[in-house]
Design a binder for this molecule. Structure first.
Ligand SMILES: NC(=O)c1ccc[n+]([C@@H]2O[C@H](COP(=O)([O-])OP(=O)(O)OC[C@H]3O[C@@H](n4cnc5c(N)ncnc54)[C@H](OP(=O)(O)O)[C@@H]3O)[C@@H](O)[C@H]2O)c1
Length: 366
């Protein structure tokens, strides 16, 4: 097995932990001796062993002199576990192959330097692009302390998420809906607007696939939310957070929600009644939420797009035309093309009878 092949395997292992390690990174590790795999590991669970520790343990006595292939630079600091770089030095490994440096500028390179200072050969940048893509949520959160924002919409070919009368069940097919459940299982929190909760009464849990539930966040500036909605019914199936303006955070409605186990977070109002998306992201980041899936509706989608707060778009297109319906970004108005948000296309995939388009904000525009 080549270093590239081993790195591809490390990335595959790392991805298996999606949804279970946040806000830690997804890390996989493969140990090679003479091109043969003698150990594999990954960071399974937040707070648990790092991938290198798992792989070295699985390699038994074979780590000495071996090549350790890992998608993220081994850590050099004492966190919940001792530094992996020191452990690799102690185990006298021969070479370390790294996918990407630690994205935190304050620690980047220190793990690699420690290994090199101990006389260990370090190769960097193997499948670097793939490594960066896998840990894009972590890379943003560790630097900016706010979650990576994925905006998802299930829309018609002409860009509507509902008919004019508000009907949206179901625009897309079963395969797409299953994929959304998979996405939820791999993200820290799902975000929706108060209208979606009032009209659709969604559960926003993971049901169609195996996986853990995300936290559920409702943006409701004035807390106009019927108490009988599924998201507030006790016992809560997953943590529910309601974000409102500070003036209603101490109201009777807020207390009722809290009595049901709902977390109420307040944001200072700027007088417009709008919950500024970056302010929302800051309070969610303070609660350790490193990634969010913004699931609509149009008011929320438009607000996040207007604020330049969308890192990634996942737009499902179903082969249906609605015409004069509720447009995904209908509350956004852009007068010149120069002002329009531009994204870089990453992927177009067929999902059952639908198409899923994935695009990201180009780094220069961030
Ligand atoms: N196909 C899909 O993917 C999809 C997904 C979700 C929803 N939908 C459909 O979309 C419709 C609902 O969309 P919608 O556009 O009417 O409403 P929405 O975006 O779900 O909710 C809008 C409401 O949320 C609150 N809100 C959210 N963000 C805010 C912000 N930044 N600032 C201030 N207030 C904010 C306000 O609540 P207050 O009114 O309480 O002030 C606002 O009126 C439903 O018909 C639903 O079926 C479709």
């Amino acid at each position: 097995m080549t270093n590239e092949q081993a790195m591809a395997r490390a990335l595959e292992l790392a991805a298996q932990s999606a949804g279970y390690v946040s806000p830690n990174p997804l890390v996989g590790c493969v140990i090679l001796r003479n091109g043969r795999v003698v150990g594999e590991g990954r960071h399974h669970l937040y707070g648990g062993d790092h991938a290198e520790v798992d792989a070295v343990r699985n390699a038994g006595g074979n780590a000495e002199g071996a090549t350790v292939v890992v998608n993220l630079e081994p850590c050099s600091h004492h966190g919940k576990t001792p530094p992996c770089a020191d452990m690799l030095i102690e185990r006298k490994v021969g070479r370390v192959v790294v996918g990407m440096m630690d994205p935190n500028p304050e620690v980047a390179g220190q793990g690699i330097e420690r290994l090199r200072n101990a006389g260990i050969d370090v190769v960097t940048g193997v499948l670097e692009q793939e490594s960066r893509w896998l840990n894009r949520y972590f890379s943003k959160y560790i630097v900016e302390k706010t979650p990576y924002v994925v905006l998802k919409a299930a829309q018609s070919l002409d860009g509507c998420i509902a008919t004019a009368s508000g009907q949206s069940f179901w625009i897309t097919g079963e395969e797409s809906r299953m994929l959304v459940h998979r996405m939820r299982s791999e993200i820290d929190a799902v975000v929706v607007g108060a209208n979606t909760v009032r009209k659709d009464d969604p559960e926003l849990t993971v049901r169609m696939v195996e996986g853990r539930h995300p936290k559920r966040v409702v943006l409701a500036p004035q807390l106009r939310l019927p108490a009988d909605r599924k998201m507030f019914s006790t016992p809560l199936r997953a943590e529910t957070i309601v974000v409102c303006t500070a003036d209603v955070a101490a109201s009777g409605t807020a207390r009722e929600l809290e009595d049901r186990g709902v977390v109420v977070l307040a944001i200072e109002s700027d007088g417009t009644g709008i919950l500024e998306p970056h302010a929302v992201l800051r309070v969610l980041g303070e609660r350790g939420i490193a990634s969010v899936l913004v699931e609509g509706g149009a008011v929320v989608h438009s607000a996040f797009m207007r604020a330049g707060a969308v890192d990634e778009l996942r737009l499902f297109y179903a082969p249906i035309v609605i015409g004069n319906g509720l447009q995904t970004f209908g509350r956004l108005s852009t007068s010149t093309l120069e002002q329009a948000e531009r994204f870089r296309l990453v992927d177009v995939a067929r999902v059952g009878d639908d198409v899923l388009l994935t695009a990201v904000r180009p780094p220069s525009a961030g």
